[in-house]
Design a binder for this molecule. Structure first.
Ligand code: SF4
Length: 504
């Protein structure tokens, strides 16, 4: 078991570790709301090492998976990363995700993927597992592990899957849990008898609702065409296996064209219902969702969440809607010893849709400008959307558009960083910001997909999305004890966590 001798617990970190350990030992569920920067990775790894339970840790990004692998090494643990099929596959490097899995499955079952064969042939199996274990204890990122496996002619995904089955601790990204087809074939196999740790558990909620999609007719047609082209390429090698699906997608393309051309549809005496059903069927073949024709387009609703019997979930904010997805559990709150961010809510301004007119944009612009002139650098400015950013930037003297176009790595040479809520800077980049300005509460736009989410989960789902985005942005300020401004009077009604001190 790893000891704590090499590091000092941060305030509250030990409580997080013990809450996870307790859930592991008693086979129960726990949700832990802990302030940003508390050190959840180490707390989770400590709990893993202290219990005798096999565990799978789910993280948001590949970077976070790499952090678990390298932190584990410092604690004399080996955590095997489950490498994605998509993105690490040496065969289909530029194929769209929507059809990649189908293509991979088909060439595997036809025995024509040499990377796969070299990995699973009996002679090479134990050598492959040794290779993965060796890489996990040496490489500094999961990309490096994947590269080394490809150099050794192994399929990175299959090799890591084989090693994961015998490893005590495994780290994987959320799609393994959320994607129904992957979960059935992969996750359920390695997660059997394992305790599940959801790192940044709010991701489960945001990722799940992001899978509600609305495709207008043009998008549906484009999706089917892309799928058809990619399938036809592979079908050349194996025509029999693809005949059925190629025909179905071709019929879907024809039906989508008829849906777009009412006169032609009438001339061919095809009903709207029949054409829509053909497209629904074809799309269901290439997307992992149930498809229904509605409002002149196709709504793709994700498969239902499978909830594990026992788990621990950690986040700076536990969305209320998680319980509606079946993830109800005992909650443990771990506040910091003192507030980490001081925030001021600016009254008289809001980005509420019905109040946004020229006058409001000018008012917000003036407030933003006066804060930017005096606040410390580096500064992060977060807008609810690119459209709002551009509207407001037009109304102030500072050349904010220049910053809005910023795309590079964050550096202190460019001390004002601008992003939209939920963007890369606003969520996960570790810059020691001294000031955070959130322009407007970042509610999700009322798209058809969001309306479907609200009709199924209630308006609380939209509130949760907004709050997650807001807290993620403010959480960027915890490293340097930043000052924050929220330019939206609606924030007065929000219940904010104790790591944010609201100044009157
Ligand atoms: S089996 Fe592996 S290497 Fe082969 S196509 Fe699938 S992901 Fe790629």
């Amino acid at each position: 078991m790893a000891t704590t001798a090499e590091w000092r617990w941060r305030p509250g970190q030990e409580r997080v570790a013990h809450a996870i350990l307790d859930a592991m030992l008693t086979s129960t569920r726990v949700l832990i709301e802990a302030y940003p920067g508390i050190g959840k990775t180490r707390a989770a790894l400590w709990a893993c090492s202290a219990s005798d339970t096999d565990a799978i840790i789910l993280v948001r990004t590949r970077n976070e998976a790499s952090v678990y692998v390298s932190e584990a090494r410092k604690m004399s643990l080996v955590v095997i990363p489950l490498l994605a099929r998509y993105g690490f596959c040496p065969v289909f490097r530029h194929v769209p995700r929507s059809i990649f899995y189908d293509l991979c499955r088909r060439i595997r079952s036809s025995n024509i993927c040499n990377y796969y064969n070299n990995t699973v042939w009996r002679l090479f199996r134990s050598e492959t597992i040794e290779l993965v274990l060796d890489m996990a204890s040496k490489c500094s990122s999961i990309e490096e592990i994947a590269e080394r496996l490809v150099e050794n002619n192994r399929c990175p995904f299959t090799a890591s899957l084989m090693a994961s089955k015998c490893a005590k601790f495994v780290v994987a990204t959320y799609p393994y849990y959320l994607d129904e087809s992957i979960r059935e074939t992969v996750f359920s196999e390695i997660a059997r008898e394992r305790f599940t740790i959801f790192d940044e558990v709010h991701t489960l909620f945001t990722e799940y609702i992001s899978r509600f999609r609305f495709l207008d007719l043009g998008e549906a047609l484009a999706t089917l065409r892309t799928a058809y082209r990619a399938l036809r390429k592979v079908a050349k090698r194996n025509p029999d296996q693809f005949e059925y699906v190629l025909n179905m997608v071709a019929r879907g393309i024809e039906a989508a064209k008829l849906l777009m051309d009412r006169d032609r549809r009438r001339k061919r005496r095809v009903s709207l219902y029949d054409a829509a059903s053909e497209v629904e069927e074809a799309l269901s073949e290439v997307l992992d969702a149930s498809i229904s024709f509605t409002h002149g387009g196709f709504l793709a609703v994700p498969a239902k969440l499978e909830v594990p019997e026992t788990f621990a979930g950690m986040s700076a904010y536990i969305p209320k809607t998680l319980a509606k997805l079946g993830l109800s559990a005992r909650t443990v709150e771990v506040p910091p010893p003192q507030p980490l961010v001081k925030a001021r809510i600016v009254s008289g301004v809001t980005t509420r849709y019905r109040d946004m007119d020229e006058e409001m944009e000018t008012r917000i612009g003036r407030e933003l400008e006066s804060i930017l002139r005096t606040c410390e650098r580096p500064t992060l400015v977060v807008f609810p959307s690119k459209r709002v950013a551009e509207e407001i930037a037009r109304r102030i003297e500072l050349d904010l558009l220049r910053f809005a176009a910023w795309r590079g790595d964050p550096s202190l040479e460019d001390p004002i960083h601008v992003d939209v809520a939920g963007g890369r800077l606003a969520e996960g980049v570790n810059v020691p910001y001294r000031a955070i300005i959130v322009v407007g509460l970042p509610y999700p736009s009322p798209s058809p997909a969001m309306k479907a989410v609200i009709s199924r989960l209630g308006f609380e789902a939209a509130e949760d999305v907004m709050k997650i985005r807001l807290l993620q942005a403010l959480g960027r300020g915890t490293r340097a004890g930043a000052r924050a401004w929220i330019l939206d009077e609606r924030a007065h009604n929000l219940e904010l966590p104790s790591w944010i001190e609201v100044e009157e």
